[in-house]
Every structure is written in C-alpha cells, then in structure tokens.
Design a protein around this ligand. Structure first.
Ligand SMILES: O=P(O)(O)OC[C@H]1O[C@](O)(CO)[C@@H](O)[C@@H]1O
Length: 539
C-alpha cells in the first residue's frame, strides 16, 4: 500500500485542509494552558512546540501515524543491533558507543559493549599521556597541536563539538582539515611547529580521496622537517580499515578502531572523537557521552506523546508533508553552536535525502526538506526577512542555552529576548489594522494605502523552541542525540533507510574520471564537462 493510502496519512490529509484556518493567536486566546500543554522536558532539555500549527486532533493523528509506522518496534530493532541498514547488511549501533560499561550487547556473538569500552580505555590512556606530555614527538618535545584530517562525519562532528565546548577544552590546541582545497591545510600548517604537531587521520574507509590527499601532503610537510623516521610518532589513525591504515604507513598499534555498524555521520561518539577526548579530557568527554546516553534512554522508554525525538519528527512530517514546508530552518542562539547546522545537515540530509522506500518502491511523498540556518542573532540580519514575509512558510527550530559562560549579562539578556521575540513575531505577525493604526499619525490616504502591504506580516508561522540550561558537555550530548533520533524517526515515518548514502557515490566516481581526463587518458565526458575542463586546463 502507498503511504498516502494508509488510514493515518489520509486522516492527516483531511485535517490539513482545515489547518489552513487554524490561527495560532486564536489557539492561545482560547486555551491559556496551550504553552504548557504543548511542552515536554527530558534530560534537561525543554521543548515548547505550542507555536506549531496543531491542535489536539492533529496531535492524536500524528501519534497514530507513529503507531501505524511502528516507530516503537523499529526503535527496539535498532537498539537491539538488528541489521536495519539492509542495503549494506549492517547493524546501526551508534547508541552502543555511549552506553555505560557492563551492558553487554551481542552482535554476531561479539560483545559490542566490551569492544567499545576497550577502545575508549585506549583513547583515555592515549589522551592522558599526550596531555601530560608523557607521549612526546620525534624530537622529544611535547605536542602542542593536534590536527584532525577527515571529511564528512570524520570532521563535522568532532569539529562542531570541539568548537561548541571550547570553554571546556584545555591541553593541546586542536585543528581540523577537511577540504581538498589545499588552502585549508596550508592555513592550518602555517602556524604550526612540525616537532610539536600530531596528525590524526580519521577515515572510516581510509580510502576517501580528499582525506588521503591531505594526509599525504601533511606527511610530506612533516618528513621535510623531521625526516621519515618521525612519521610513526606524529601520525595516528582512526578507522575501520586496518589494512589501508598499514598501507599508508601507520602502524596498527597507532590505530584506534571503530566498526562497520557505526555510520560516518553518527561516528563522532566513536574513536572519531579522539581529537575531542584530547581537547576535553576523558572526564568531560564522558559527561558528553552520558548526555547522549540519557537521551537514548528517554527515546527508548518515553511514551510517544512525551518523547522528544518522536514529537520533533512528527511535527517535521506535519510541516513538510501536510502543510507543504519547503525547508527546515535551525537557528541556535549561541555563537559557539555556529557549526551545529553544518553537522545537522549531514545527519539529516545524508540520512533521509532518499526517494525510495526500504523495499525500493518510490515513496510518493516529499522526504527530507533542505535544512539550513545560522546562529542568532546574526540570521535576523540576513535571512529572517524571508522567514517573516517571504511567500513560503519555513518552520524554525530555535535552540537557546540559557546560562552564558561570558561575563556580559546584558548581552545574554539581549540574546534571550531576541530569540523569544522572533518566535513570537513569526507566530503573531502584524495585521493591516495594526499597521494602519501605527502609520495613521504620519501617513494618510493613498500614501497610507501604498505603504500598508509592505509592512504587514502574515504571521501564523510555526516554530519549536528548545531550551538548554547551559551549553555544557552533558546537554550538548543530549541535544545531538535528540536530533539523531529525530532523523531516525523521520526515516521510519517515511519508511526509508536512513543509514546508507548511495547518492554520494556517482560524483566520487566521476571525479576520478575527470582526473583521468586531466592526466590525458582518453575517457568519455559529456560536452559540457569536456569544455569546462578544457577551459580550466588553459589557466
Ligand atoms: O570516514 P570516511 O570513510 O573518510 O568517509 C567520510 C564521509 O564520506 C561519506 O561517505 C560521504 O561521501 C560520509 O558518509 C562520510 O562521513
């Protein structure tokens, strides 16, 4: 049966027809408890979803959709280590990476929990030795700088967490190089002393073109300064592919492993987070894992109606599939969360940017929308104009840590006020009557009529607001796990496989073809690509 023909989808389609007339301001006027009725708290995170265009009937129908699509059963399958990534025949167990020691979980007869903690123990010991300068460089100097070389999930997660928790970091400085544009490696290396620099080459496959090219260039830079013998102490690998690591010239003993049941975009919790462990230290790294684990426990056990990830996913489907939202905006009101949206883009769009069901049939409804955004208040002075008065309605997730870690309470008050004001403005809008009353002292007649439409805000634009007590390791861990599970629930509601990414392969193959063409090998290219290549070769 097509998803659109299922009883719950049909019911929601009917409800959406009347949702057009639902005005949020009226909902608040008739229901003084709406703000608390549509709010839920878990792991210290408070979600207010009262500014979504829903009523009790819509919420019931959405919860019925979660039932129909078997969200609870599919969640249990994921946590149990079933091979739910069926196109790659893999289990999906990033949740096991943050489970406390002593909770055995067998996959193919192997206790995943024991494996995870064995690697965590090695990471802790290595971080301790590096931070205490017991582990030193080739010239017996302590390491002052750590460079993580990786891309996609091998970069976005650790970099984002590192920047978000910079106030909690101490010890060696950490740097991240992802782009194959050599300008990035160049600018990172420019400030570094080879004798005090450790490289962590992070790649699940250890075959990713960009990462390997950057790793080779970094190796040359190091060898030029310290000689070939220095590579052993100055290069560490994080990977699932021990053979390729060895082929690159990094001894297996200097490799931190993870497993094929960890997807790249979910891998920050594994040894991929080694740079974080070094920056944060094992204790704070442990608090961050604990925050994620707390959210895992909430997600597994809370009823759908009070389950944060389930609610976020249901609201996203309502906005996308029934109210026609073309995109999802995320606006963290915290400068340190500047990279949160980039991390979330890979998580959501690489996971759910699919157009076929798990069984290969076309899904026949819109799947994940473009997800974008920027930190507040910066976004207010850039793209918020469109959110308020543009022709499309883009739902917004506002994320606001309440306690500041800087000494300027006035600025924090302004940040909070702006965040709350934006969601209120999107909801309320500004009517023609209000604009008329405002302008009538300065304008009248035709001039007033001409000015009026430009100043009206349609309002009724939906948003969620997520409050965190503070941007600290525990709450960041919980926030990230919340969005990971939101992504998973969305995949269950749309019945797509969130854990493969075949859509990235074709471009990788064609890049190799173009490289061959650049090297003068006879390969067939379409005429546009050929002529662009010819142009680029003349520079
Ligand atoms: O860790 P690897 O194997 O270098 O892959 C990096 C990234 O490339 C992708 O496979 C997409 O190209 C991502 O899923 C992954 O996070």
């Amino acid at each position: 049966m097509m998803l659109t023909d299922t009883p719950c989808w049909q019911r929601l389609t009917t409800l959406a027809q009347s949702a057009g007339s639902l005005r949020l301001v009226d909902c608040f006027a008739v229901d003084p408890d709406r703000a608390t009725r549509y709010a839920v708290e878990a792991c210290g995170l408070y979600l207010d979803y009262s500014k979504q265009r829903i009523d009790a009937e819509v919420l019931d129908a959405l919860l019925a959709l979660a039932d129909q699509q078997q969200v609870a059963a599919r969640t249990a399958s994921m946590f149990a280590g079933e091979r739910i990534n069926h196109t790659e025949r893999r289990a999906v167990l990033h949740t096991a990476l943050r489970a406390p020691r002593g909770q055995p979980l067998l996959v193919d007869g192997q206790d995943v929990n024991a494996d995870v903690h064995a690697v965590l123990d090695r990471m802790k010991e290595f971080a301790r030795r590096l931070r205490s300068a017991e582990y030193r460089g080739h010239r017996d100097e302590p390491f002052t700088d750590v460079v993580n070389i990786g891309i996609g999930g091998s970069d976005l997660g650790p970099r984002m967490v590192n920047e978000s928790l910079i106030d909690f970091c101490e010890g060696p400085r950490t740097h991240y190089v992802a782009n194959v544009d050599g300008a990035q490696l160049q600018s990172v290396l420019a400030g570094l002393d080879p004798a005090r620099t450790l490289f962590i080459v992070t790649s699940k496959t250890f075959t990713t073109q960009e990462t390997m090219a950057n790793a080779r260039a970094a190796r040359q830079w190091l060898v030029a300064a310290l000689g070939e013998a220095a590579v052993g102490q100055h290069f560490i690998a994080v990977s699932t592919n021990a053979d390729e690591v060895q082929r690159f010239g990094i001894d297996r003993q200097r490799m931190f492993e993870f497993w094929d049941w960890v997807g790249g975009r979910y891998s920050v919790w594994s040894a991929v987070g080694l740079s974080l462990m070094i920056a944060l230290g094992p204790d704070r790294h442990g608090q961050w894992l604990a925050g994620a684990h707390a959210m895992d426990a909430h997600f597994r056990s809370a009823p759908a109606a009070s389950n944060l990830p389930v609610l976020l996913a249901l609201l996203a489907v309502w906005n996308r599939n029934f109210l026609g939202a073309p995109s999802q905006v995320v606006a963290p009101y915290a400068q340190k969360l500047e990279r949160f949206v980039a991390w979330l883009q890979q998580l959501e769009m690489e996971s759910n940017g699919k157009c076929v069901h798990r069984d290969g049939r076309p899904i026949g409804v819109a799947s994940t929308p473009a997800l974008w955004g920027d930190v507040g208040t910066n976004g207010q002075h850039a793209f918020f104009q469109m959110l308020h008065q543009g022709s499309d309605v883009h739902p917004v997730d506002f994320i606001l840590p309440l306690k500041a870690d800087h000494p300027w309470p006035e600025q924090q008050n302004m940040l909070v006020a702006n965040c709350l004001a934006q969601s209120a403005a999107l909801m309320r809008g500004k009517s023609a009557d209000e604009v008329r009353a405002e302008l009538s002292s300065t304008l009248s007649g035709a001039a007033l009529d001409a000015a009026l439409p430009h100043r009206v805000f349609p309002g009724n634009r939906p948003s969620n607001t997520l409050l965190l007590p503070r941007l600290d390791p525990f709450h960041l861990g919980a926030l990230m796990a919340l969005y990971e599970h939101r992504t998973f629930v969305l995949s269950v509601l749309w019945d797509v496989n969130a854990f493969d990414q075949w859509g990235v392969e074709l471009g990788k193959v064609l890049a190799q073809t173009v490289l061959k063409a650049m090297a003068g090998q006879g390969v067939v290219l379409d005429s546009s690509t050929r002529s662009l290549l010819n142009k680029s070769l003349t520079i």
